[in-house]
Design a protein around this ligand. Structure first.
Ligand SMILES: Cc1ncc(COP(=O)(O)O)c(C=O)c1O
Length: 367
């Protein structure tokens, strides 16, 4: 038996006929850059999330970068986030010239621990950037309270959490701006790179629109030094089709997660399973468990045909790229411990039930 950690093939087969015509329409129109589908997808995705404006950009990393710029963040500023996330979260901050400042995570949700934020705030702090990691929303109420008290902006990293709910409201609704990735394996993924900034602020939207398109107002009139970071029309056309399936796919991910959890519990497996806080509707971008002796387990699982991954093996404060920040081992013990134990099991909407049963049997045999 062979079980892949994710597969995009079945999803493509599912929507193959539906995407053909929109793709051809873009091809025939020739409007590859900022064509009609970009504006339509911006409207449809922001409506789906319940946020007023959407600005399509060329990746989730650029969504973070441009959202930070649009919020006025730049050189010398500090932005508080967590070290237990994909490096892109920190890169989006660094690209503006600002510095990420890390706060450890909550051991159950793997999201920023709000009780540790306030003591890291300095005169240079401009924003808090929570990540809804693995598809589980960060605890937004205390984060918003701290931000309000200290007059900080909040920028949400929603790259892994399209459609996740915090207290029955979609993520992306809470901050001054929120950032999505449409990387192919994400819950809503394009056939290439893509991203979006959502915001309820007209000013932030206007600035993000300028930054993504050379800072231009007219064709050859440039009001600031911008970038070239636009969502391709082709990707927008594909994403419009895929958005119609997102809730169904998220439901399927939840069903798969429920089965994993039920089977592991039945077997009294000695490992840490994903947690869903009572304020959360998790969308299981990843189903990540924690085990001791991860290396041996991964190798033995691979031998049994089960592919697994590690999200993430090295916390950002221990990455060579960020050694200039001066952090050291031991600074964020929970993040460091989770990096040593975390293991991502196969998860995608179409994952067959028999594969889940096989993964559970194979893994529990190794514990
Ligand atoms: C938490 C997080 N933030 C940001 C990104 C960056 O998105 P992208 O790969 O589209 O640049 C990703 C995905 O890779 C991510 O997982």
């Amino acid at each position: 038996m062979k079980v892949d950690v994710f597969s995009l093939k079945k999803q493509y087969e599912d929507i193959k006929d539906e995407v053909k015509r929109p793709i051809e329409k873009v091809m025939l129109s020739g409007g590859f850059i900022l064509g009609e589908d970009v504006g339509l997808f911006e409207q449809e995705f922001s409506d789906y999330c319940g946020v007023e404006y959407g600005v399509g950009v060329n990746s989730g990393t650029d969504a973070l970068f441009l959202a930070c710029l649009a919020c006025g963040i730049g050189k010398g500023d500090e932005v508080i986030t967590m070290p237990y996330t994909y490096i892109a979260t920190a890169l989006g901050i660094s690209m503006t010239g600002a510095s990420p400042v890390f706060v450890d995570i909550d051991e159950k949700t793997y999201n920023i621990d709000p009780s540790k934020i306030e003591k890291t705030i300095t005169k240079k702090t401009k924003a808090i950037l929570p990540v809804h990691l693995y598809g589980h929303p960060a605890d937004m109420d205390p984060i918003m309270e701290i931000a309000k008290k200290h007059k900080l902006k909040v920028i949400e990293d929603c790259a892994q959490a399209h459609g996740a709910l915090y207290k029955n409201k979609k993520v992306g609704n809470f901050g001054d701006a929120s950032c999505f990735s449409f990387y192919p394996t994400k819950n809503l993924g394009a056939f290439g790179d893509g991203g979006m900034v959502l915001t309820g602020s007209q000013e932030i939207k206007e600035r993000a629109l300028l930054f993504r398109d050379y800072g231009r107002r007219g064709r050859y009139e440039h009001v600031l030094k911008g970038y070239n970071s636009r969502l391709d029309t082709l990707q927008a056309a594909i994403l419009r089709v895929k958005l119609r399936h997102l809730d169904r796919w998220n439901d399927a991910r939840r069903k798969n997660a429920e089965l994993y959890t039920k089977l592991f519990n039945e077997k009294k497996a000695d490992m840490v399973l994903p947690y869903e806080a009572n304020y959360a509707r998790h969308v299981y971008h990843l189903y990540a468990v924690r085990v001791k002796n991860r290396k041996g387990i991964m190798e033995d699982l691979a031998e049994k045909g089960v592919r697994t991954l590690i999200h993430y093996p090295i916390p950002i404060h221990m990455q060579e790229a960020y050694k200039d920040l001066g952090y050291k081992k031991g600074d964020f013990p929970i993040s460091e411990k989770c990096c040593e134990e975390i293991l991502t099991l196969p998860m995608y909407p179409e994952l067959p039930e028999e594969d889940i049963r096989y993964v559970v049997d194979s893994l529990t045999d190794l514990l």
